[in-house]
Write a protein that binds this ligand. Structure first.
Ligand SMILES: Cc1cc2nc3c(=O)[nH]c(=O)nc-3n(C[C@H](O)[C@H](O)[C@H](O)COP(=O)(O)O)c2cc1C
Length: 227
């Protein structure tokens, strides 16, 4: 990328990231639990991708636990002061962004909409209102089963954050990191009695427009969750 292109891209990324930080309108989530009842081995044994879900609504506690597992912050390292998350990240850059799609009454305490997960604040910012789950399923090559899940978590990447340091390799790092977030979702969901599916077959532009994805952020994996 030439210097002018790089400047435009960096400004676009800054604007998009800034528009995702709005502490005043954030829905604060319950504090996630750092301990659980199921061992990681049991969770790995039970892990399975599912493609149909009960209509039962999720609770805010469950949503908080899932989002924290996907990209949550741990207590800051007392010695280095570095941010630490539930997933590894090349160079500690953390290029992933997580979005949540809800339907009408599909999460107790949340309206239908698309939300961005503010990892540092453990909160949600609504970026658009209304149920976008069917539009998302259609954008995923009409995998309509997805729309039956009470929520879908979208793992997305701000490639520019990683490529700014690592060049083209940063794109691969961002994809790799999305796998870590995805696996955490499988294990966390099992541990709290939920199931997930994974959808990587989708049209990127249609997904971005279905959920009004901010500029500079690319959808990587779609993860429907329910019982
Ligand atoms: C990167 C990736 C993309 C996937 N895309 C889809 C998809 O578009 N639709 C789908 O039904 N399953 C998808 N899956 C789920 C796989 O089909 C599933 O993990 C595989 O069949 C193994 O089954 P299991 O997860 O239950 O062990 C995807 C999984 C991964 C890791």
């Amino acid at each position: 990328m030439n210097p002018k292109g790089c400047l435009i891209f960096c400004l676009a990324l800054l604007v998009s990231t800034t528009s995702l930080a709005d502490a005043e309108n954030d829905v604060k989530l319950p504090k996630p639990s750092f301990t659980g009842k199921m061992s990681v081995e049991t969770s790995m044994t039970k892990k399975k991708s599912v493609r149909h879900f009960a209509a039962d609504p999720l609770t805010l506690e469950q949503v908080s636990q899932l989002l924290w597992a996907a990209n949550g912050v741990l207590p800051v390292d007392a010695i280095s002061g570095a941010t630490i998350k539930t997933i590894p990240s090349a160079g500690g850059i953390y290029p992933l962004e997580i979005f949540l799609l809800t339907g009408d009454k599909s999460v107790k305490g949340l309206p239908a909409g698309v939300f961005h997960y503010n990892t540092m604040n453990n909160s949600l910012l609504m970026i658009s209102s209304g149920d976008a789950r069917m539009a998302l399923a259609q954008a995923a090559l009409s995998q309509i089963w997805m729309a039956s899940a009470p929520v879908t978590i979208v793992i997305a990447g701000a490639f520019g954050k990683s490529t700014a340091k690592y060049g083209q390799r940063g794109i691969q790092y961002t994809f790799m990191e999305s796998g870590a977030a995805n696996q955490n979702l499988y294990l966390q969901a099992e541990a709290i009695g939920l199931r997930v599916g994974t959808v990587g077959a989708f049209d990127e532009n249609s997904v971005s427009s279905a959920i009004k994805m901010p500029a500079g952020i690319t959808p990587l994996l779609l993860v429907p969750v329910g019982k």
